[in-house]
Design a binder for this molecule. Sequence first.
Ligand SMILES: Cc1ncc(COP(=O)(O)O)c(C=O)c1O
Length: 364
Amino acid sequence: MAFSSQHGGNIIEAAAAIGVEADLLIDFSANINPLGMPDSLKRAIVENLTLAERYPDVEYRALHQALAKHHQVPLEWVLAGNGETELIFNLVQQLSPRKALLLTPGFAEYRRALARIGCEVTDFHLSEAQGWQPDESFLQALTPDVDCLFLCTPNNPTGLLLDKKLLLAIAHRCRENHIALIVDEAFLDFLPDEPGLIPHLSHFPQLYILRSLTKFFAIAGLRLGYLVSADSKTVGHIREQREPWTINAFAALAGEVILNDCGYIEASYHWLSTEQPRLFNGLNGLRGIKVWPPSANYIFMRCDVDGLDLQRRLLEENILIRHCANYPGLDARYYRVAIKSSADNDKLLDALQRVLSNTDGAGE
Ligand SMILES: Cc1ncc(COP(=O)(O)O)c(C=O)c1O
């Protein structure tokens, strides 16, 4: 049995499942930059420890100014959150769609946020035969009765970037039909040449971009994400209505520091440009494994060995990967692995070699 966590990164549950200490596991299930938290941020936190003694600025002025400056957008377009996840829920609550369209497979929290407000959800199934990507025919699903569409690019778990031309065609169609278009760009920072849709915001008044800083800057435990939209009225309503101080003082400080850390950003691009093709090619060369070319810091794959619970077998090698059986539209053959340091990636490849060579039928 695959262990059943909804998300990657649940090393405590995984370690308990096999009776080892969580620290022993190498976590390939959460897609976090292996360079770790930037040194510039560590220093800033240590130098500002006393920030914890008082309330953060309830408006997070310095943080919002830093984000607005970074994206060269008006201040009232930007709202930071305690991780992107908080903003998914805030935005859905504020927009209150009655009918939403989701692509499957996709990130689980959109569905949970929509379910919380009783929204009817229609699934648009992406198929392996079509390379897990929508094509022009998807535009036909964007009818005026739909209130809201979530897209994720690069998508989780497939790691595939949406075609820019199609994405803009979708945005136009959503504008025509008054569909709120929420685009999750949580992993876009890993693509150095991909500005995403923020530069297009002024043309699309019902376009909402969600960004996460927890993955690229390895601050998943600190938590910081943000929303950018030209719909400053909706952004303003969320700002007014949500609970105060949800972003802790160090996360707010992080947003003011890390976006300027060019050394860290360059080092991250360098690591990924080396390790992404290396891990992809390593996995691609394994009998019984099919992989899809990644665009960000994780790789989606299928294991074709009948009856092999790959997650469980790798756990016995102290390696945790993400099984994708609980993504609607996928089954127990699909997995996702993070791209980590060169040494850790080698450990994954070695462990996979061992596991697969001890099975019959690999490579069918
Ligand atoms: C596609 C996607 N969006 C958003 C998030 C949540 O990001 P955050 O940690 O900023 O809440 C995740 C986390 O795994 C994700 O995979």
